[in-house]
Design a protein around this ligand. Sequence first.
Ligand code: MN
Length: 230
Amino acid sequence: MQTTTESHSLEVTGKTLTMADIGKLQPPFVLAPLPYPAASLEPALDAKTMEIHHDKHHQTYVDNLNKLIADKKDTKDLQTIITTLTGKEKGIKNNAGGHWNHTFFWTLLSGDKEKTKMPDRLKSEIESTFESVEKFKEAFEKAALAQFGSGWAWLYRDGSGKLAITTTGNQENPLMDVATVKGRPIFTVDVWEHAYYLGYQNKRADYLKAIWNVVNWVQVDAYDKEVTAH
Ligand code: MN
């Protein structure tokens, strides 16, 4: 296999990605295709929503980020950009976060029944923290509903390595040096209206209930093993 030190785009089809793969993305950033057909998450997420969300919204974050860093001599990878935001303009935070968060989010969804079945290892981790998978989902939905305006809900490992739930506003991400809540994310749901408005209008609660049908728990388990390994 040919290796290259420069990676602008992820080829995610059929592969279990690592968070390190996302962090190593290099400018100029390129939008990778969705790792599955846009209609494959129906009926939970309709094809039109997925197409607009990916092709228009995510593309805009990528384009804006490239513009904002075009004149910078130190072209850093995405991981470095989101962890050295102090002192940088807010646009870089919003658009680098937008690129990282959406790249991560696409990998967390699947219409493949093999992938939407929660692996036993992750199940027992969730049960030991939240008592049951159902209680975890309830707590996650509650947090996601309480996020006022645009943002993301996260399942992450906190500073002590414990699984926890949090939300962030706009495109903030717990990995950021400037994040209000810091940790290592293993799962997230986009709660911006653009993620659900076509299919669910203002009913964020219905979107949150439906999304459990298309969560790629195999990928969440892989991310959890990656972040707990070091
Ligand atoms: Mn979004």
